[in-house]
Design a protein around this ligand. Structure first.
Ligand code: HEC
Length: 160
């Protein structure tokens, strides 16, 4: 009897271990197994596997800041986003993802993430928030800075 129970417990544990944690970082989702992890260049897969756990399924935030925040996207330029993803943010839970920094993502994958965070998350917010003025929208898409002629603080939306 004891032996039987022991086997049951082991089987249950094995099942838990096998199913508990979903796809590990950098691994493909179900249905995309034919693609090697370091060849995945689809934003949705990369984001879901590596980022959503902390930043929320659609960039709305969770354990970490919301990336789909037009104020954040207006202020952060692509270089800053890329650097955070590649090298992590020291002193925070934000891990380094570049292979050169011990992570699992290639430069090409980090490029996809950097570009598409802005493209996708800006678009989403634009549709929902018609009150955003043109300058804010442009900055969200183009990255903070430069040619709008408006200082950064001019773009801060206190509602977020
Ligand atoms: C283990 C949790 C975790 C994971 C996984 C994670 N992040 Fe983060 N990330 C954080 C935290 C925490 C911060 C906030 C750091 C800070 O306080 O500035 C952050 C910050 C950032 C920032 C902003 C850095 C800045 O302040 O300019 C970007 C961009 C970012 N993450 C992108 C990503 C992307 C893309 C992924 C997936 C490849 C990802 N993160 C995965 C926790 C995580």
């Amino acid at each position: 009897m004891n032996a039987v129970r022991h086997i049951c417990v082991c089987a249950a544990l094995a099942a838990l271990l096998a199913s508990g944690c979903g796809a590990p970082h950098g691994q493909p989702n179900k249905g995309s197994e034919v693609v090697a992890p370091n060849e995945v260049l689809e934003f949705r897969t990369l984001y879901a596997d590596n980022c959503a756990g902390c930043h929320g399924a659609d960039g709305r935030g969770g354990a970490a800041i919301a990336l789909a925040n037009p104020v954040y996207l207006a202020i952060a330029d692509d270089a800053a986003i890329r650097k955070a993803v590649a090298n992590g943010v020291p002193g925070t839970a934000m891990p380094a993802f570049a292979t050169s920094a011990g992570g699992l993502l290639t430069d090409a994958q980090i490029d996809v993430l950097t570009n598409d965070i802005r493209a996708r998350f800006c678009r989403k917010r634009r549709r929902e928030r018609r009150t955003l003025d043109q300058i804010k929208r442009n900055n969200c898409r183009n990255g903070g800075s430069s040619d709008s002629g408006v200082g950064m603080m001019g773009n801060v939306d206190t509602k977020n």
